[in-house]
Design a binder for this molecule. Structure first.
Ligand SMILES: Cc1cc2nc3c(=O)[nH]c(=O)nc-3n(C[C@H](O)[C@H](O)[C@H](O)COP(=O)(O)O)c2cc1C
Length: 214
């Protein structure tokens, strides 16, 4: 299916078939899609918590607002998307080391300059006071990749912002890990009577959101 057809067909699932589980093969593919998400200066400022068991669902339920409980209860898997609130010296070095190991650099000077550039760019956002916003934006790209990646595998999903972020950070002890939660995506297969499945998609007309510059 081409990307346009995927965009036309994917939708936000409200009720899942609680008896269907996503295969491990598909979960592994989705996690690889998350891992491959692009980010500014390849900073990869995120961490993803994956859950599937009843115990894992119970753990995060207190941070999911009531109106979203049905998405969590019936889903096969959920993923809490977290963004970094700071990047340590070791973490910067680990990114550059991995890029080197993956064969990105033929010369040490290029490696050093990319490393410096990455640190400079991140520090610029610290100084501008928007570091958390910047890392959250990158993490939302991962969310989008996950939604469309899931749809490409015939997996339904729900992006969730209807949550208590502070509570989530507390439950997953994110502050101590220099992380904060930015959203949850539940994944699974739609219930037969999912109210949203038959609702036509609605978006503003392109004339109102797209302008061509001449
Ligand atoms: C960032 C984001 C957060 C959202 N949060 C919720 C949510 O908490 N609960 C929910 O049921 N839907 C949530 N939605 C789904 C939107 O309401 C839905 O995407 C929108 O109405 C368009 O419908 P569609 O996804 O079916 O095309 C969220 C969507 C996005 C992109």
């Amino acid at each position: 299916m081409d990307f346009l057809a995927l965009s036309q067909q994917r939708y936000t699932t409200k009720h899942y078939d609680g008896n269907r589980k996503i295969s491990q093969e598909h979960i592994d593919m989705l996690l690889e899609i998350l891992r491959l998400t692009p980010s500014a200066v390849n900073i990869q400022p995120w961490h993803f918590y994956v859950g599937s068991s009843d115990a894992a669902k119970n753990l995060i339920r207190p941070c999911v607002l009531d109106f979203n409980h049905a998405r969590l209860d019936g889903c096969s898997h959920f993923i809490v998307l977290c963004a970094k609130t700071s990047v340590s010296d070791e973490e910067f070095s680990a990114i550059t080391k991995k890029e080197d190991a993956d064969g990105r650099y033929s010369k040490a000077e290029v490696k050093n300059s990319v490393d410096e550039h990455r640190r400079y760019f991140a520090d610029m956002h610290v100084k501008m006071g928007d570091f958390n916003e910047w890392t959250a934006k990158q993490t939302y790209l991962a969310m989008a990749a996950l939604l469309y990646g899931a749809a490409s595998l015939g997996i339904d999903s729900t992006p969730i912002e209807g949550m208590d972020y502070e509570k989530c950070d507390e439950i997953l002890k994110l502050k101590e890990k220099s992380l904060r939660s930015v959203g949850i995506v539940t994944l699974g297969y739609r219930a037969k009577d999912d109210s949203n499945a038959k609702r036509p998609k609605s978006r503003l007309d392109k004339e109102s959101i797209i302008s061509f510059l001449e």
